[in-house]
Design a protein around this ligand. Structure first.
Ligand code: AMP
Length: 359
């Protein structure tokens, strides 16, 4: 529960846009930021005090980086758990720790953990070989979604199975690695809860945004979600249950499917700041990036009250080649500094503040 004072050095594992925005928030609070990532020209590596360029298996460099920092955090969850162990062995605190990482790296462990603490998910079966798919598909019913247990994101590593004829193709599409087969959820909408838990054990959630995905990639996040208050409250309580059960420190995003009757089924969680929370800095008293820094430094958490209705629009691929002349005066633009626009690549986002809230 160490209090990390302003002026200290925060280390971030990962060099993407989330690291860049975390670095901005940390710098505003008076911290220096070091970034550890393998890429030369990464978005976060260009805004930090020092870029430690190395792989997540380079034990000596990871340890040297950790010793140069007062606290270490991460901006993507596929950091090997072995790298987390190396950081912790230096005595520098790592938030979130290996438990949050390992639980979120494997869809099977993640779902089993969620179910064990009373958070419902879609029905699923474990798939280790092609021969497991037929019986599982028969039990779950059509359609079903085959997802790799590890390293899937933005709809990658997934294949729909609509009839038994799709099985062989789907298995090839996911590269024949261990998977889960999930029943299709006839959801009415998708939401996520951003929650922060500090090293003191304090928790806060934000109003859950309504998330729309296109081709498996988040397209827009809108608040208010349009759901009844009691459903939102339930989702927020479940997210608090999750961070408490994990002993998580930092921000975490828990994604839900919402059925037409308001039933919530958790899809997955990310143990970090999240794209569906990108509207929070502009629309709330405290945004997710600042809150994450407060949480890992043992500071009191900031007020998460929402001051505006808001819509966040992702700029993906060519849409990220923004012509400043075409912006609406009220658009709050964030670009990630990526050198090249590729299809499906997140280049930036726009937040629109809509109605100010008086309550
Ligand atoms: P994921 O990578 O698990 O977040 O999935 C990406 C998107 O695919 C989700 O946000 C949903 O829009 C869709 N999806 C994932 N799992 C299911 C499911 N079991 N039923 C229906 N749609 C799903």
């Amino acid at each position: 529960m160490t209090l990390v004072a302003p002026g200290s050095v925060i280390g971030i594992l990962g060099g993407g846009q989330l690291g860049r925005m975390l670095a901005g928030a940390a710098q505003r609070l008076g911290f220096d930021v070091d970034i550890y990532c393998p890429e030369e020209d990464a978005p976060a590596a260009r805004v930090c005090r020092q870029h430690w360029k190395g792989t997540y298996t380079d034990a000596a460099l990871l340890a040297e980086f950790a010793r140069a920092c007062d606290v270490v955090t991460l901006e993507f969850e596929n950091i090997p758990v072995s790298a987390a162990a190396i950081i912790e062995s230096t005595g520098t605190p790592l938030h979130p720790g290996p438990r949050s990482l390992s639980m979120s790296q494997d869809r099977a462990e993640e779902k089993a953990f969620l179910n064990a603490i009373g958070i419902a998910t879609a029905e699923y079966r474990l798939i280790d070989a092609e021969a497991d798919i037929g019986p599982a598909f028969a039990e779950l019913g059509a359609p079903a979604l085959l997802k790799t247990r590890r390293e899937g994101y933005d709809g990658k590593g997934q294949a729909w199975i609509r009839t038994a004829q799709d099985i062989a193709g789907a298995w090839r599409q996911v590269s024949q690695v261990p998977c889960v087969l999930e029943a299709a959820v006839p959801f009415e909408r998708e939401i996520s809860v951003l929650v922060a838990r500090s090293s003191r054990g304090e928790t806060k959630t934000w109003a859950p945004p309504h998330n729309v995905h296109l081709d498996g990639i988040l397209s827009t996040s809108t608040v208010p979600s349009g759901l009844p208050r009691d459903v939102e409250h339930d989702a927020r309580e479940q997210a608090i249950m999750l961070v408490d059960a994990l002993g998580h420190v930092g921000v975490l995003a828990l994604e839900f499917f919402v059925l037409p009757d308001g039933t919530l089924l958790a899809n997955e969680f990310a143990p970090r700041v999240h794209n569906s929370g990108h509207w929070t800095p502009e629309a709330c008293q405290t945004g997710q990036f600042e809150q994450h820094i407060r949480a890992i430094c043992g500071w009191p958490l900031g007020d998460t009250r929402r001051l505006f209705d808001a819509e966040m629009v992702n700029l993906i691929g060519e849409a990220g080649l923004v012509e400043p002349d075409h912006l609406e005066p009220g658009d709050v633009l964030t670009l990630y500094g990526k050198r090249e626009a590729r299809p499906g690549r997140k280049m930036g986002h726009i937040t629109r503040r809509l109605n100010p809230r008086r309550d």
